[in-house]
Design a protein around this ligand. Structure first.
Ligand code: 5MM
Length: 336
């Protein structure tokens, strides 16, 4: 077992999942603005510190993805944020891409940037305590999209990123997100997601990546958010498993899904069925942002001094997601 494989397994084994708290300041300002809290570095830290110091971290959260601002901040008692996360038994991680920018010669498609100077930034993050990283390529479906150009450009970047991350002794999370925006069918999502994931692994293999030290963070296979032909959770689980079985090399230890705009319950129920029906060797868990934080953020915004109630809500959500990562979730458990 390689060191990288050990780190990957520590993050995703035993029903543990990943808390994606790597919202850039722009996204975090939208999230905080939507609940009427001003987006200052202090407020962003306050909310995140409440989550990272929750009781449930030890039982459910194997890794936390941070944004550059947060990995450099200190807790109220003077610890660094990576120290706080490590003290709960979770692995600190860091988002290292610098965002999705317009892809030249495409029709409004995106390419994720951040390769320039990455080797040096990675060394700094390693010293700060990070042991895994994240890079997100984003694709939309519709009007000949995603184009071959967008798929090629983003998978090439994901592979070059992964090589640099492994060189620095960290596990890369490879996140090719096919967005659910649009009126496409679940089958279109299946076809496009398969094409994107296959291309990513083709590039990862070409770049000699140790696949046992990689975590894939994909979308689930869903009909577009505006589609009139939604499919059931049971169908979502079968299509998602099939897609991954056909496109992910077996050396990859695990898959940690993004929630992508699904509600907390939808994302949990779908993950649960994916695990119940999982006939692969991949660990299937979560790397949720919104589906772990939404309710806690809403509650916190009502009274930002009420740490206990915010943590109670976050603890419950994380527990539900971990039950789902073991195929043990039920709606009764949700409402207990
Ligand atoms: C937490 O949000 C991340 C994106 O932040 P920026 O868009 O500000 O860079 C995002 O990559 C996230 O990690 C994944 O999309 C998963 O989050 P969701 O909310 O889809 O589960």
């Amino acid at each position: 077992m390689t060191e990288l494989n050990k780190i990957a397994l520590k993050i995703i084994s035993k029903g543990k999942g990943i808390l994606a708290a790597d919202e850039s300041n722009g996204t975090m300002s939208k999230r905080l603005g939507a609940v009427g809290v001003s987006s200052t570095p202090e407020n962003r830290l306050k909310f995140r510190e409440i989550l990272f110091s929750s009781d449930i971290m030890n039982e459910c959260i194997g890794g936390v993805i941070l944004f550059d601002e947060t990995i450099n901040q200190f807790t109220s008692s003077g610890k660094t944020i990576p120290e706080l996360i490590s003290s709960s038994g979770a692995v600190p991680g860091i988002k290292v891409d610098t965002g999705a920018k317009d892809l030249a010669n495409s029709t409004k498609e995106k390419v994720t940037e951040g390769l320039d100077g990455l080797r040096e930034r990675l060394k700094k993050y390693y010293q700060l305590g990070a042991r895994f990283t994240k890079w997100r390529g984003v694709f939309s479906i519709g009007n000949e999209k995603p184009s071959e150009l967008a798929i090629h450009s983003n998978s090439h970047a994901l592979a070059r990123y992964s090589a640099l991350v492994q060189e620095c002794g960290m596990v890369p999370i490879v996140e090719p997100e096919v967005l659910m925006d649009g009126d496409h069918s679940a089958d279109e999502c299946y076809n496009k997601t398969s094409e994107v994931i296959k291309k990513c692994f083709e590039q990862l293999i070409f770049n000699k990546i140790d696949l046992s030290g990689v975590i894939l963070k994909p979308n689930m296979i869903l009909a577009g958010s505006l589609s009139k032909n939604k499919i059931s959770s049971e169908e979502i689980s079968h299509k998602t498993i099939q897609c991954l079985k056909n496109s992910v090399p077996t050396e990859v230890p695990g898959i940690a899904f993004l929630s992508g705009g699904q509600s907390e319950i939808e994302a949990t129920e779908n993950l649960n069925l994916i695990n119940k029906n999982n006939n692969t060797k991949f660990i299937m868990t979560y790397s949720f942002g919104r589906a772990l934080q939404q309710s806690a953020l809403k509650k916190w915004s009502k009274n930002i001094k009420d740490i206990e109630e915010t943590q109670r809500i976050f603890n419950h959500r994380a527990k539900m997601c971990t039950s789902a990562a073991q195929g043990k979730w039920s709606s009764e458990l949700e409402n207990k």
